[in-house]
Design a protein. Structure first.
Length: 320
């Protein structure tokens, strides 16, 4: 009994380990965490993962352009890749350098906007790029050049009118003799003839259905005298395939008193395109008046001696 009590007494008398205060534990965890992070950062940097290899950058199409936009010139993507590959690598943490890289991409003449720039692990960038959308083209020395909706001449020439939205051919805009060949890719048109023609092309795209624009095929818009439209001067002249011509009057960019509403002009043209589909062809359509006039294309009748007995181009009843 006494022995048991002595052992118990000794146990009771043994000193206890001092308790570690919570604050000390937190401090130790923080220090060890900082050391671990520092070690990880050092290891990642040594491995090369803290640097962005600009050659591995990815150009993502802007959401509003969809996954596949047929009008995006693949030469633009190739040029962007080349521009990025020529830039020096940047640190993932160097936001200023990454912003400068984005600014370099935005300076390309075919880029309208650069959105989010995200780091793609381990060592690349993803750039959200919105390309300038071509809506017309100009012809220079036998080569067609696209023009963006904001009036910027785009790089990359074509041997024939290029396709735009929906696979429709871009309408050719006739430049004035003053502005021809003076503009360089990336520069914006200031010539009234080109700007008025571009306004007509934009208005047509927004007003006519894709089916109508596909039916039109290759067309040209001559707005060099759009601001002089009168009874004698037809103003904007649109030449269609099949030797058809449209007198459009003033440019949609100019709000002239007494001018027929632009939307009404396009509705009339759409109805006249349907007439062609139904076999009732025409050669001239004058949209300048409240009651537009269409000249039907009359098939030349051959007399016995082979000469035409009837002239082409009979004026039809005014369209309502």
């Amino acid at each position: 009994m006494s022995t048991a009590r002595g052992v118990g007494a000794e146990r009771e008398a043994a000193p206890r380990a001092p308790a570690v205060p919570p604050l000390v534990l937190l401090a130790l965890l923080a220090v060890s965490g900082a050391l671990a992070i520092r070690w990880l950062t050092t290891s990642v940097t040594r491995a090369g993962f803290a640097e962005v290899d600009t050659r591995r950058s990815v150009v993502a199409t802007h959401p509003q352009e969809g996954r596949i936009a047929r009008w995006i010139d693949e030469r633009w993507r190739t040029d962007l890749s080349r521009r990025l590959a020529e830039l020096a690598d940047v640190l993932v943490s160097d936001r200023h350098r990454i912003e400068l890289l984005a600014a370099e991409v935005a300076a390309a003449p075919y880029v309208a906007e650069v959105g989010a720039v995200n780091v793609v692990w381990p060592d690349g960038l993803e750039l959200d790029v919105r390309f300038r959308r071509p809506v017309a083209c100009v012809l220079r020395n036998g080569t067609f050049w696209s023009v963006a909706e904001d009036g910027v001449l785009l790089p990359g020439g074509w041997s024939s009118p290029p396709e735009g939205e929906g696979g429709c051919y871009l309408p050719r805009v006739v430049e004035s003799s003053r502005g021809a060949d003076s503009l360089r890719p990336g520069e914006r048109f200031a010539d009234y003839a080109a700007l008025d023609g571009l306004a007509a092309a934009l208005s047509m795209e927004r007003s006519l259905s894709e089916a109508d624009r596909l039916f039109l095929g290759r067309i040209s818009i001559d707005a060099r005298r759009a601001r002089e439209a009168s009874v004698q001067i037809p103003g904007t002249v649109i030449d269609l395939e099949g030797r058809r011509r449209v007198f459009f009057g003033r440019s949609p960019a100019e709000r002239a008193a007494g001018e027929v509403p632009t939307a009404s002009k396009w509705r009339t043209l759409s109805r006249c395109l349907e007439e062609i589909r139904l076999g009732r062809d025409w050669s001239l359509l004058d949209l300048r008046w409240d009651r537009p006039t269409v000249w039907e294309r009359a098939a030349a009748r051959q007399s016995a001696d082979g000469r035409a007995s009837r002239a082409e181009g009979r004026a039809a009843e005014a369209l309502r």
